[in-house]
Design a protein around this ligand. Structure first.
Ligand code: GLY
Length: 367
């Protein structure tokens, strides 16, 4: 079992990674069990695919699961579902100091994590991510949020999980489209900090996308080690390295908002398009070699990931996209803050991007 620590004093997180860990949940969660029961927040798809494994593992340890099952999909990250979830936690008698388990992908991790931050001003949280996006990125680091009318992840908190249990075998039931979308987040880690890892991705992505167990495990380990180091240095995302994890996300979050969070554009697909566009824009600004931008786009496209304005945007033009980007949490003043690459393996925060210039660039990408 691989063990990674995010050393943040009393907000320390332990992350354990190995095939089959869900079946060992009884022992792993022993410190989190009160009154022989555990509240598990999940969604309907994961409840069907993975909850029975967790229930069996906990039953062997003499513990029953109290499941709270949410609808699947990004639309669940809403005020309405958050209120329902908080009401359900109260109805189930979850007390301060109790542990809430988030069993699911990024959506479940985000809303369950936010509910854990809010219920009684804070409960303990264990993340058991079941999607590739969540296993390589979102389950670690404590960012939890819902979407609001103002945009993606606009209402949230930092609430570190005590424990993250990553069992790559949970990915077996993940639809291939979601698996491939998650690959964009793996590529992200290579692009912001590790050119050798990008070369590894180029060599090994066919095996990884075919779900070769050792390739998947290696990619998860690389991403989680990188994320843990970044979160330790910049937990609150305050002008430090954590912002780099947002490469492609200013564009991507705007694409998701314009597409309507209805499943037509997955988060990882939006991030893929955003990363390719960030490289293209950086090349346009002379920050990055155009050959590197082409290499990144070719790699993402080789796996069917979008590298241009997604069709789900419909008639939205550069001005409409930038209007959403202007709400991004990184922005200061009237300018856009973008994470732009200078190479493969290196990116920078640029707080001075002119909205009209970005809009004009996006308009040039329209079909
Ligand atoms: N997923 C980006 C972050 O955790 O900062």
């Amino acid at each position: 079992m691989d063990r990674v620590t995010v050393a943040l004093g009393d907000r320390r997180s332990d992350i354990v990674i190995a095939d089959g860990l869900l079946d060992r949940a009884g022992a792993l969660l022993a410190n989190h069990i009160r009154d022989s029961q555990l509240v598990v927040v999940t969604d309907a798809n994961v409840a069907a695919a993975q909850l029975p494994r967790l229930e069996r593992a906990l039953l062997r340890a003499g513990t029953t699961v109290v499941p709270i099952v949410l609808p699947p999909g990004e639309a669940t990250k809403s005020w309405d579902q958050l209120r329902r979830l908080c009401d359900a936690l109260a109805e189930h008698g979850v007390r301060r100091g109790d542990t809430i388990i988030a069993l699911g992908g990024g959506v479940v991790g985000d809303i369950a994590g936010l509910a854990a931050a809010l219920h009684l001003r804070g409960c303990d949280l264990v993340q058991i991510p079941t999607s590739l996006v969540a296993q390589v990125d979102s389950s670690v680091g404590g960012k939890v949020a819902i979407d609001s009318a103002a945009g993606k992840n606009m209402v949230g908190a930092f609430h570190q999980p005590d424990l993250v249990i990553i069992d790559p075998l949970c990915l077996a039931t993940l639809p291939q489209r979601e698996f491939v979308a998650g690959y964009a987040e793996i590529v992200k880690y290579a692009l912001i900090g590790d050119a050798d890892f990008f070369a590894w991705c180029e060599a090994n992505s066919p095996a990884l996308i075919a779900r070769d167990q050792s390739a998947v495990l290696k990619a998860i380990q690389a991403c989680i080690a990188a994320k843990a180091a970044i979160v330790e240095r910049d937990e609150r995302d305050t002008d430090g390295p954590r912002a780099l994890l947002n490469i492609g996300h200013s564009f991507g979050h705007a694409f998701e908002a314009l597409a309507g969070y209805d499943g037509t554009l997955l988060h990882g697909e939006a991030v893929s398009a955003g990363i390719a566009i960030a490289y293209g824009y950086a090349a346009e600004l002379g920050m990055c070699d155009p050959a590197s931008a082409d290499r990144v786009a070719a790699h993402l496209a080789a796996h069917g990931l979008p590298i241009n304005l997604p069709a789900a945007l419909g008639t939205a033009d550069g001005t409409a996209i930038v209007a959403h980007m202007m709400r991004d949490k990184k922005n200061r003043g009237d300018a856009l803050t973008l994470i732009l690459p200078t190479a493969i393996g290196h990116a920078e925060q640029r707080p001075d991007c002119a909205p009209a210039h970005v809009a004009a660039y996006l308009d040039r990408l329209r079909p």
